[in-house]
Design a protein around this ligand. Structure first.
Ligand code: NA7
Length: 526
């Protein structure tokens, strides 16, 4: 007899809502196991200065409770990390979630027992528990990538990772380095530049950043609150799981002036919606080049020194094929006299030294080095757990890229679900929209299994092969695989380069999943 009906791994936004659906709505005995000491997942761990959401908070929030969305007041259009963490804590309090969450406990292994039809879940403290079903709500960007540089341990100053940033630090008057210019790097750079004595940014690949135009949230909240549900429904049917203008006219069919009007309008709106203005921006290199050149023009207009502006201008990958950033004054930061940019393509880091960083063009002295070097995305957290079933390890099965059916399950690993798993839209979408869809699908499925006295669910190999092929074929129709991105696993040495998320959009994905699973097509039930 299993100790629990369900064990959920992770108490971020996925695990919290999954607990609520299974425990409170369906009456399952569900336990959440969480490595951190409180709820919030990404927003629990990532506490670096400037950490901020890049999708508007009125969308990056739960829609499942009308009371919750009516009562919670977002202060900013794009909330900072403390506010999102406070929101997660509020949800935990409001729905009394913590009593079924085991904090400070990391799941290390899952073993499937076919005869008992249950998983044995082992945690880092050596304890084991059993559950008929396991739900990995482990997050897509939860395992930091920690590149090693020669001499790293010799550095005598402070070395901080954005994903585990120490609290209570004071950078004022210090000489600071930041390595990495993705979303985390851009945010930390923008936030700390005004307070530090001197900031040196080590950039390997420049990002495209679109302005947030952050502002108080009240006007937007007031506009959506009377009919929040219609607003949410539009997001669920959209391409990205949040509302963007999705233009129908290819940019290559527009005059230069008409294209400019669209791009100006997208830039003035801000946020991650630039490419969605044109249906060809993500698939046609010439169309993509129009959008990219526009964005580079914006960089040139903001950065006073043309040499620095050029270094900040991406030229080696299609716009949108690496995750775009949403900024609050990033480019302008380089107009400050205390901020310097080192282009690692020109002057690679040779090693860390006791006093700083040595490059081919000279040595730099620092008090603090901040590493903003990203994550082992999408598969990192799953492969970090020793998951075994029928003599097979999931990490071995996925050695050449993840193999899933609908991003929800993997053949050979029965009764194991992934929330926003690889080959679902996840990181190409508003995570909250994608999380809610998966959590509700899993809850509906477990309810169906219970009602029909079914103990075991596993996707067919054929259905899975089809889904893997579909994902790869779709991705290859776009420009997305052309960048060395974390979407491709390219940031992790030795990781197989396969496009990880489903590229066809949230609305289409939803339709496909609902259609395919109406009669449990592609699943073996027993
Ligand atoms: P990202 O987007 O993966 O950014 C990591 C950055 O660190 C990126 O600029 C990398 O350059 C750089 N990097 C990684 N390894 C190295 C080494 N060894 N040397 C120099 N530079 C390096 O992670 P973030 O945390 O910023 O953002 C993750 C997501 O969180 C974000 O997209 C939002 O969804 C929220 P590269 O581009 O690989 O050349």
């Amino acid at each position: 007899m299993s100790q629990h009906d369900v064990i959920i791994i992770g108490a971020g936004f996925s695990g919290m809502y999954q607990l609520y659906t299974l425990r409170d709505q369906l009456g399952f005995d569900a336990l959440v196991i969480e490595a951190g000491d409180d709820v919030g997942g990404t927003w629990y761990w990532n506490r670096y200065p400037g950490a901020r959401v890049d999708i508007q908070s009125i969308e990056y929030s739960y829609s499942f409770s009308e009371e919750l969305q009516q009562e919670w007041d977002w202060t900013e259009r794009y909330s900072a990390q403390p506010e999102i963490r406070a929101y997660a804590e509020h949800v935990a309090d409001r729905f009394d979630l913590r009593r079924d969450i085991l904090f400070g406990t990391r799941v290390t292994a899952l073993d499937w027992d076919e005869s008992a039809t249950e998983w044995t879940v082992t945690t880092a403290d050596g304890q084991t528990r059993t559950a008929r079903f396991v739900i990995a709500a482990t997050g897509c960007l939860s395992v930091p990538s920690r590149p090693r540089f020669a001499g790293m341990d010799d550095f005598e100053g402070d070395l901080y990772w954005t994903s585990e940033y120490p609290q209570g630090t004071d950078l004022s008057g210090k000489r600071v380095a930041v390595i990495g210019t993705g979303s985390s790097g851009l945010q930390v750079i923008t936030a700390v530049a005004p307070e530090v004595a001197d900031l040196t940014v080590f950039q390997r690949t420049p990002s495209y950043a679109i302005p947030a135009h952050n502002e108080p949230a009240d006007a937007r909240l007031a506009a959506v609150r009377p009919d929040y549900e219609s607003f949410r429904e539009a997001s669920r049917a959209s391409l990205l799981g949040f509302q963007c203008v999705e233009g129908a006219i290819p940019v290559l069919e527009l005059t230069e002036d008409a294209a400019r009007v669209e791009l100006d309008s997208a830039w003035a709106e801000g946020g991650l919606c630039l490419n969605t203005r044109f249906p060809d921006a993500g698939t046609d290199p010439a169309a993509n080049a129009v959008v990219a050149e526009y964005a580079r023009g914006q960089i040139r207009a903001k950065v006073t020194d043309p040499v620095v502006a050029e270094k900040l201008s991406p030229r080696t990958y299609p716009i949108g094929s690496k995750r775009m950033c949403v900024d609050t004054g990033y480019y302008e930061t380089y107009n400050r006299p205390n901020v310097h940019l080192v282009d690692l393509r020109e002057t690679p880091i040779e090693r860390f030294t006791p006093t700083g960083i040595a490059t081919m063009s000279g040595d730099y002295a620092f008090d603090v080095i901040i590493m903003a070097t990203g994550f082992d995305a999408m598969t990192g957290a799953l492969n970090a757990i020793d998951i075994r079933a029928g003599g097979q390890r999931l990490a071995d099965k996925w050695a050449h890229g993840p193999r899933t059916y609908l991003g929800l399950m993997s053949h050979g690993f029965p009764n194991l679900f992934t929330v926003t798993g690889p080959q679902s839209p996840s990181v190409l979408s508003n995570m909250m929209t994608s999380i809610e869809f998966h959590v509700e699908w899993i809850a509906d499925t477990l309810k169906y299994l219970r009602e029909n006295d079914i103990q075991r669910i596993e996707p067919d190999l054929d259905a899975e092969d089809n889904w893997v092929r579909t994902n790869n074929d779709l991705a290859n129709l776009t420009l997305m695989p052309q960048a060395a991105s974390w979407y491709m696993g390219a940031n992790i040495p030795g990781k197989e380069q396969v496009f990880l998320p489903f590229v066809g959009g949230v609305g289409l994905y939803r339709q496909v999943v609902q259609g395919m699973t109406l009669n449990h097509h592609g699943f073996e039930l027993a």
